[in-house]
Design a protein around this ligand. Structure first.
Ligand SMILES: [Zn+2]
Ligand SMILES: [Zn+2]
Length: 108
């Protein structure tokens, strides 16, 4: 087992390490180490632990952003589609008995 007193914090070169992160195996000072669920972890490993899915899918983050972008477009399209449907429905209501009775759009 390596002597921890001779280790330095990976973030603070002049501070003595007080703990070793079990996740990444690096040494950290009192300020850089945190406790999480009775486990001592460094700040970066804690961040990874709190956001496992975000960290795992980070290389494909742009796909999710693209998905959100297209989802926004689809949402806008749906909104405008129904808005257009309302606009299309209005003349039939205004001119009742003309277009509605002919039913040209229901014929195959
Ligand atoms: Zn760590
Ligand atoms: Zn430190």
């Amino acid at each position: 087992m390596p002597d921890i007193t001779h280790q330095r914090c990976i973030n603070h070169m002049f501070r003595e390490a007080v703990a070793r992160c079990p996740e990444c195996g690096r040494f950290f000072c009192r300020e850089c180490i945190t406790e999480h669920e009775d486990k001592v972890l460094c700040a970066s490993c804690l961040r990874k632990r709190l956001k496992p899915s975000g960290q795992r899918f980070q290389p494909y983050g742009w796909i999710f952003r693209l998905g959100h972008f297209f989802a926004g477009i689809v949402l806008l399209y749906v909104i405008f589609y129904y808005f257009a449907q309302i606009l299309l429905a209005l003349p039939t209501a205004f001119h009742e008995g003309t277009l509605w009775q002919s039913g040209w759009w229901t014929q195959p």
